[in-house]
Structures are given as structure tokens and as C-alpha cells.
Design a protein around this ligand. Structure first.
Ligand code: LLP
Length: 402
């Protein structure tokens, strides 16, 4: 992602900023589109992962649909050219205002998370003399084997409708003249790297679609949700998610009936690797037992490491480019590292007045200095969009590869 030219370009820029490699984004989108198209699968991009305008424009140009979780995301998707007929509105707490907005926009479908929500959407649609397409989000009770903060498919989770409540759902659907039942929706969690988990999901989806059909509700759409994970440890050598393997699981294990559509809602896998948060070292503090690098970015720009104890690779770009340029002159070994290059363990922290404002503890890095440029990798998903204004910080900027 970074070469000497890019790092030199960064030298004159104010930090912190999100750097977006649009070439890598396009390669990722190509890989996803090719892998899904061979089975006729439909991909909706989960805007929540990143709604940066340039990212939305690029993803939209590939013909993907949009998975939105607020009225504003619905509006943003439509403003950026996503077809209304490919916009889905999900979320456990849609407000009346947001439902009305989505009804006015004539979106494709609401993913509904409770019986009460079905009744409200029906009432609001009736007031507008419209019929709303709905898919029922079912809680499949499948363990995503990911971080417990981002697991969503277990029973007694706030998301989705549990299987023992489905009779209530079909009774309600029969009474609601302004709802059109379209299909069933699932989402078991995020950053899933064990594809076996999706086999278990397929088995549950097959059971659930049979249940609906047995109760007189033909299922037109099977929406499997998102969650495909990326490699946070090797952002250079493994920078495109395993779309082939992922879609193949569904091809092999999902019982797709004639005329049915299979939908996916991918966020992270499409955008995570194409961005890094670039920051400068403000201060180097040497304690008794520890060294600290205080960056000019913190939890206000990227909160994932603090909120989920998420690992994101940290690199010193300045030392990397220096080592590279020295390599051509005189290097002691194949890597271009001179034996006297000193590596130290640092706690890499932000400037925010909270002790949790730490990106990573005990990171081994080349000796680092005030002014060095740092990159925190794999920051394209749930990075810029989760930035906050805490401490009245400046809004983080974006820089693009082109
Ligand atoms: N569909 C639904 C219903 C979702 O709740 C989510 C993510 C997605 C699709 C997209 O999932 P993805 O493909 O991106 O894994 N902020 C956390 C992740 C939260 C995920 C929320 N839901 C993080 O930074 O790890």
C-alpha cells in the first residue's frame, strides 16, 4: 500500500488522516463481484462500514445494492446513485420518522426485527396508502466464533426474532394488509474468518425457509447478512478477503429454490484493507519500564482498538522508507536492515484524556522519533465512520491515492 513516493507525499500533509487506496478498493470490488456473479448472488454493501462519499461512489459504480441502518444512510445511498430497488433498511430500532422516509423513498425492503415493528411499519404504510416489502430477521442461534462484542446471532441477543416467536410473525403478517412478505434475513456477527460457521448458518436458513413455506409464506429472498472477515495481521500479503471460499459455502450448502434470490450484506470485507489511518508522533516518552509513543491520532479518529480490543497493525512509515533507501546503498542482510537498527517496545497511545486511549501495548518497532509518520492499517471499515468529536478535536481528514 505504501511506497517511498506515497510516504514522501505524506510528509507535507497535516496529520492525522485516513489514506484511501482506491486501486485496492477496486481490486477488492472486482474480486467480490466476480466471485458472487458466478452463482447469481446479489451483494448489498453495508454502508455502516464506511459512508465516505468517494467510497460510496466507487462501490455504487460496481452495481452493488445498499444495506442501510438509518434514514440518513438510506438517503445517502440514494444520493450516491444506489438504485432504490436495491436499497434495504435494517436495524433493531427504526424510528417512525426513518420508516416514513424509507417508505417515501420506495426502497426495496425493510428487514424487520420484531413483531411490534411489523405492526408499526404496516400502520405507517397504510397511512401513505403504500405496501411495504418486509423480510423477517431471524435469530438463528449460530455462534459466529468471533469477538463477543460483535457476535449477533445467539439467542437472547437484542437482534432478530427468535424461532419460538415465528407463529406470532405469521399471524401478524396475515393481518397486515400493507405488508408484503418477501423473505428471511440473518446476520450472525462480524469479522468471521472461520467459514465453517457459515455452513451452520446455511443449515438454519434451509430449516427456516421450509418452516415459512409450510406455513403458507413463499420465500423469495434469502438474505444471509454479512460478516466476512479480513486479515488484520497481514494487510500487505493477504489484502483481499476470501470471497471465492465464502460464496462457495453458500453455493454448496444453501438450498436455493427456483426463482429465489440470495442476498449478502458485506461491509468490512469490501472496505477494510483499502485504508490506513496516518498519524505523526508528537512525543516520545521514556518511562522507567516502558516507552510511549504519543501519536496525534487517538480514539477520536479510530476507536476499534479501544472499544473491542481489536488488533490493527501499526507501522512506522518514516523508518520504513529510510531503511528502504539505505538498503540500496549498503545493507547488511537481505531485508536491508542494518545490524545496528534498533528495535524497541512501545505503547502506542493517542492524545485523548482517557487511559484507554491506547492503540496497542508493547509493539515492537524501529526506534521512533518525534515527527515520524505512522500508519494504523486495515482501517477502512468502522474507522472514519466511528470517529467522534470528543475533546472538541478537529474532524479527521481523508486523502486519496488518486
Ligand atoms: N448486516 C447487518 C445486519 C449488520 O449488523 C452488519 C454489521 C452487517 C450486515 C455488515 O457486517 P460486516 O460485513 O461489516 O461484518 N464496529 C464493529 C463491527 C460492527 C458490525 C455491525 N454490523 C467493528 O469495528 O468491528
Amino acid at each position: 500500500m505504501f511506497n517511498t513516493n506515497i510516504i514522501n507525499r505524506f510528509k507535507s500533509l497535516e496529520t492525522p488522516f485516513y489514506y484511501y487506496d482506491l486501486g485496492l478498493l477496486r481490486q477488492t470490488l472486482d474480486a467480490c463481484r466476480n466471485a458472487s456473479a458466478q452463482y447469481g448472488f446479489h451483494v448489498h454493501y453495508a454502508l455502516k462500514a464506511n459512508f465516505n462519499p468517494k467510497i460510496l461512489d466507487t462501490i455504487q459504480s460496481y452495481g452493488f445494492g445498499a444495506d442501510c441502518v438509518s434514514g440518513n444512510e438510506v438517503n445517502a445511498a440514494i444520493e450516491h446513485g444506489f438504485e432504490k430497488s436495491k436499497v434495504v433498511f435494517a436495524g433493531v430500532g427504526k424510528s417512525d420518522k426513518e420508516i416514513n422516509q424509507a417508505l417515501d423513498a420506495d426502497i426495496f425492503c425493510f428487514n424487520v426485527e420484531s413483531v411490534q415493528e411489523l405492526i408499526i411499519i404496516n400502520d405507517l404504510a397504510e397511512a401513505k396508502n403504500k405496501k411495504a416489502n418486509v423480510a423477517i430477521r431471524i435469530n438463528p442461534n449460530v455462534d459466529a466464533r468471533t469477538h463477543h462484542f460483535i457476535t449477533t446471532g445467539l439467542e437472547e441477543n437484542k437482534f432478530g426474532i427468535n424461532s419460538w416467536q415465528l407463529n406470532d410473525v405469521t399471524e401478524t403478517l396475515r393481518k397486515c394488509a400493507n405488508l408484503q412478505f418477501l423473505g428471511i434475513h440473518f446476520h450472525i456477527g462480524s469479522q468471521i474468518t472461520d467459514l465453517e460457521v457459515y455452513k451452520s448458518l446455511c443449515i438454519r436458513i434451509n430449516e427456516m425457509q421450509d418452516w415459512f413455506e409450510d406455513h403458507g409464506f413463499p420465500v423469495k429472498v434469502l438474505n444471509t447478512g454479512g460478516g466476512l472477515g479480513v486479515d488484520y495481521h497481514h494487510p500487505d500479503t493477504n489484502n483481499i478477503a476470501d470471497f471465492e471460499g465464502y460464496f462457495k459455502v453458500f453455493k454448496d450448502f444453501l438450498n436455493v429454490k427456483p426463482g429465489q434470490e440470495v442476498h449478502f450484506e458485506l461491509g468490512r470485507a469490501l472496505v477494510a484493507q483499502c485504508s490506513a489511518l496516518v498519524s505523526r508522533v508528537l512525543y516520545v516518552k521514556n518511562g522507567l519500564k516502558k516507552h510511549f509513543l504519543v501519536l496525534d491520532a487517538g480514539m477520536t479518529e479510530l476507536i476499534r482498538p479501544m472499544l473491542y480490543q481489536a488488533y490493527q497493525k501499526i507501522e512506522n512509515l518514516s523508518q520504513k522508507s529510510e531503511v528502504r533507501s539505505r538498503k540500496s546503498e549498503d545493507s547488511d542482510n537481505d531485508l536491508g536492515l542494518k545490524t545496528q537498527d534498533l528495535r524497541l517496545k512501545y505503547d502506542v497511545v493517542g492524545p485523548i484524556c482517557e487511559s484507554t486511549d491506547c492503540f496497542q501495548k508493547d509493539v515492537e518497532l524501529p526506534e521512533s522519533f518525534r515527527g515520524d509518520l505512522f500508519a494504523i492499517r486495515t482501517a477502512g471499515a468502522y474507522g472514519e465512520v466511528m470517529a467522534s468529536g470528543y475533546n472538541l478535536r478537529d474532524r479527521v481528514q481523508s486523502v486519496y491515492s488518486e
